[in-house]
Design a protein. Structure first.
Length: 369
């Protein structure tokens, strides 16, 4: 059963909005004991039409985080720069929230400088906000639409020079999707790059209903979403992941059937084998030992060992939109790290926290104002 068919089976009308002026508190997960953060920044009521900023009201300059040289988080500067121009196939988004990914830090450190866009750079892939201007060729979106996206079609090959860590950003129409009404801007911003990565990984290995999945690193930004997609979207019969003892309850609440404590056991020495192995950590040499004969191993980073393979996600608004019914129903949830919601003035601190390697779920920047 393909994703679209499963989505239709939920029986949701994802386009049905909440009443104007009302927006319910959205929780990152169902169990308060898991210490998941309640995102309040986007919950305040808004007067009807308040989000519909006319293109004529867009300022000529805005605040954005930039860096003109590669290095540690300290190279980031908050500056006043021109608002991006909008190409014919783009929209201008008033950014309400953005999120950080490990690739943001690696890019800033210069690890991809041979294929990077020119400096200076406004970093940031993930965005959620409101359309305030549309290019002449745009047909699917209009001013006032609440949208979200991964703003760079190719994460490592000339990614967008002026990204989402700014008050405004220009985004190609083909990369955008309407924000699920159930989600706050912060929750929506936490999703695009990570959820598209998990989705593309499972599509590439043709994950089927009833198959077993092993996810190495289930508590990270991609891992927490991969667990949910494997179970709720692709219909995996068994999902096993690695995690520490303190994260077992959280991981099981997301749909994991078994958690292997990587501090106590070497998963490659256990007898169980799986149809699909998804390595988010960079341990392909170990992960290939737990795949069934004829199964698939996909990794996101590090050296690759057969039969494993590695890919880099391609941003795609239509693929993001396919997941809307699962997000609207709550079958798939955004997960923001309990300590990982930072204000727009705290972007340096947010990067420092991200680069400890300890966040559970995503690190977000909200509100951006």
């Amino acid at each position: 059963m393909d994703l679209a068919t499963r989505a239709a089976g939920i029986g949701l009308r994802s386009s049905s909005p909440l009443p104007q002026g009302l927006r319910k508190l959205n929780y990152c997960c169902q169990k308060p004991a898991l210490s998941c953060r309640v995102v309040r920044a986007e919950v305040a009521t808004e007067k009807a039409g308040a989000a519909k900023i006319s293109a004529m009201e867009v300022p000529t300059t805005h605040k954005a985080w930039t860096y003109a040289e590669y290095g540690p988080p300290g190279v980031l500067k908050l500056e006043q720069i021109p608002v991006p121009d909008v190409a014919a196939d783009e929209v201008l988004v008033k950014v309400h929230a953005a999120a950080l990914n490990p690739v943001d830090g690696k890019r800033r450190q210069g690890k991809f400088k041979n294929t990077d866009s020119p400096l200076p750079t406004v970093p940031g892939y993930d965005v959620a906000g409101v359309v305030v201007k549309v290019g002449k060729e745009v047909s699917k979106f209009k001013e006032g639409d609440e949208v979200y996206a991964d703003v760079s079609e190719a994460a490592l090959n000339k990614p967008r020079q002026f990204g989402s860590l700014a008050q405004y950003t220009a985004v190609q129409e083909k990369l955008l999707a309407l924000k699920p009404t159930r989600l706050s801007f912060a929750e929506a911003a936490s999703l695009p790059l990570a959820i598209l990565t998990a989705q593309e990984a499972f599509d590439r290995v043709n994950l089927k209903v009833g198959q077993s999945v092993f996810i190495n690193g289930g508590a990270g930004g991609v891992g927490t979403l991969a667990i949910q997609l494997a179970k709720q979207v692709y219909g995996a019969s068994l999902v096993v992941t690695t995690g520490s003892a303190g994260k077992v309850d959280l991981l099981k609440s997301l749909g994991v059937d078994k958690v292997i404590d990587y501090k106590k056991e070497k998963y490659e020495e256990l007898p169980d084998k799986y149809d699909v192995v998804f390595d988010t950590v960079g341990e392909c040499n170990r992960c290939v030992k737990v795949v069934k004969e004829g199964g698939a191993v996909v990794t996101l980073t590090g050296a690759v060992e057969p039969p494993g393979f590695r890919f880099v996600v391609t941003s795609n608004g239509e693929n993001l939109a396919k997941l809307t019914p699962f997000l609207e129903s709550g079958k798939v949830k955004a997960l923001i790290d309990p300590k990982g919601s930072f204000t727009f003035s705290e972007v340096v601190e947010a990067f420092e926290y991200l680069e400890t390697g300890r966040p559970t779920g995503k690190v977000v920047i909200a509100p951006i104002e």
